[in-house]
Structure formats: structure tokens, C-alpha cells
Ligand binder design. Structure first.
Ligand code: AKG
Length: 215
């Protein structure tokens, strides 16, 4: 069950973005650095992979149908604290061709077909995603998940499944983070709520097919 939010309720303009962040979106050569998490789990990161991140955020918020999901909590159904969309990559690419470019670059590097795109809009500091590992990890060995962050910088946390010391990656507009190896099997991730006011952030998640279809 979900309700599509009208564009006017999704977010307001980003406060004072960097000038390069407002240019037409382009993608730089992919040159990530690897963080070894141990146990064959890893994260690749690249700062400033996408230029024009705030322009891309604006375009996606205006063109992609974003909805509020619902989930059970105790005896009630509650709104998920963010807006989301899950679409084939080429559908999002029709609105913003740079999405196709990113999927192709990730595909060439990680040897996967990134055919699905998830979009999450964190409208303000109260929006978040709770600790979880992606569902694809339950049915596929060592999936690769690419994530491009746009808009306000927010911490992205990773910790061993079930708890433990977390690692913080602060993702700014245009930054890339890729989770791979045993990451979805041994780790969980979250984007926590903040205690200070923040401008909107949008994440684009690139997922590939599993042998049992797309997730
Ligand atoms: O927005 C993010 O950085 C994380 C999103 C996420 O964990 C998800 O879509 O499963």
C-alpha cells in the first residue's frame, strides 16, 4: 500500500549547493577506493562521481513517482519515513540519461546488469532507513549494490548483522558507494535520523537481477 506524494510535497530547493553540483549531470571516470570490511565483505567509495548532483536530484524529484510505503509496527501499520520508487533502469534513464551511463559504468566494472533502480528521498532530518541488509542477499551469493547520493550530506552506517561497532560513511552530493562481496550476508546498513535540520537527500540504488528475477 503506498500513496504517491505530489512533487510540491517532496522537497524544497537545496540550500546553497556547490556550483558544480548545479550543472547538467555528468559522470566522471569510475575510480573507486576499496574498504575491506573483513570476511570477504567490501565497500567501494568514490567522492564526486556524479557532477551536477543537485540538478539531478531536482529532475528525479519532478519526474519519478515517489510514494510513501507502509509497514507493520507492533499492531499498527505506519508510514515508512521516506519516499521511494522502484523502477527499471531504462525508465529512470528516459527522464535522466545519466542514470543509464552510471548503470553501464557499474555494469562494466562489476560485471553485472544493473537493470533496476531504487530511489529514496529523505525529505528532512526526520526521514531515515532503519538497519537492514538488502533482500537480494537472501537469494543471491555476494550481490553488488551501487548507491549514488545526491543533495544534503548524510551519514550512511554499516555494522555487523545483529549489532556491533558501526562504520560511518558521510556521503555528499554525487558520491558513490558500492557494497559487495559478503556485505549483504554479514553486514547491515542504515541512514539514521538527524537531530539537526537538514536539506533533502536522495539516494539512487542500482541493483542487478538475481537468478529468481529482479528484487
Ligand atoms: O539511502 C541510502 O543510502 C540507503 C538506502 C537503502 O538502504 C535501501 O534502499 O535499501
Amino acid at each position: 500500500m503506498s500513496a504517491v506524494a505530489p512533487p510540491s510535497e517532496r522537497c524544497s530547493a537545496i540550500a546553497q549547493p556547490a556550483l558544480w553540483s548545479m550543472q547538467e549531470p555528468i559522470v566522471l571516470e569510475l575510480a573507486p577506493e576499496r574498504v575491506d570490511l573483513g570476511g570477504e565483505a567490501w565497500v567501494d567509495t568514490m567522492t564526486g562521481f556524479v557532477r551536477g548532483g543537485d540538478t539531478l536530484l531536482d529532475k528525479l524529484v519532478k519526474t519519478v513517482p515517489l510514494s510513501t510505503g507502509r509497514r507493520p509496527m507492533y499492531d499498527n501499520m505506519v508510514d515508512v519515513p521516506r519516499l521511494s520508487s522502484h523502477l527499471p533502469t531504462d525508465v529512470v534513464g528516459a527522464a535522466a540519461p545519466v542514470i543509464d551511463d552510471i548503470a553501464v559504468m557499474l555494469g562494466a566494472r562489476y560485471r553485472k546488469a544493473f537493470t533496476r533502480v531504487g530511489i529514496n528521498l529523505y525529505r528532512n532530518e526526520s526521514d531515515s532507513v532503519a538497519w537492514h541488509a538488502d533482500k537480494i542477499g537472501r537469494i543471491m551469493h555476494q550481490p553488488v549494490i551501487g548507491l549514488v547520493s545526491l543533495g544534503a550530506a548524510r551519514p550512511f552506517l554499516l555494522r555487523p548483522l545483529g549489532g556491533g561497532k558501526s562504520r560511518k560513511f558521510v556521503l555528499g552530493s554525487g558520491d558513490l558507494l558500492v557494497m559487495g562481496g559478503n556485505c549483504q550476508h554479514h553486514f547491515e546498513h542504515s541512514v539514521p535520523k538527524l537531530t539537526h535540520a537538514t536539506a533533502p537527500r536522495l539516494s539512487i540504488i542500482f541493483r542487478h537481477e538475481s537468478s529468481k528475477g529482479s528484487l
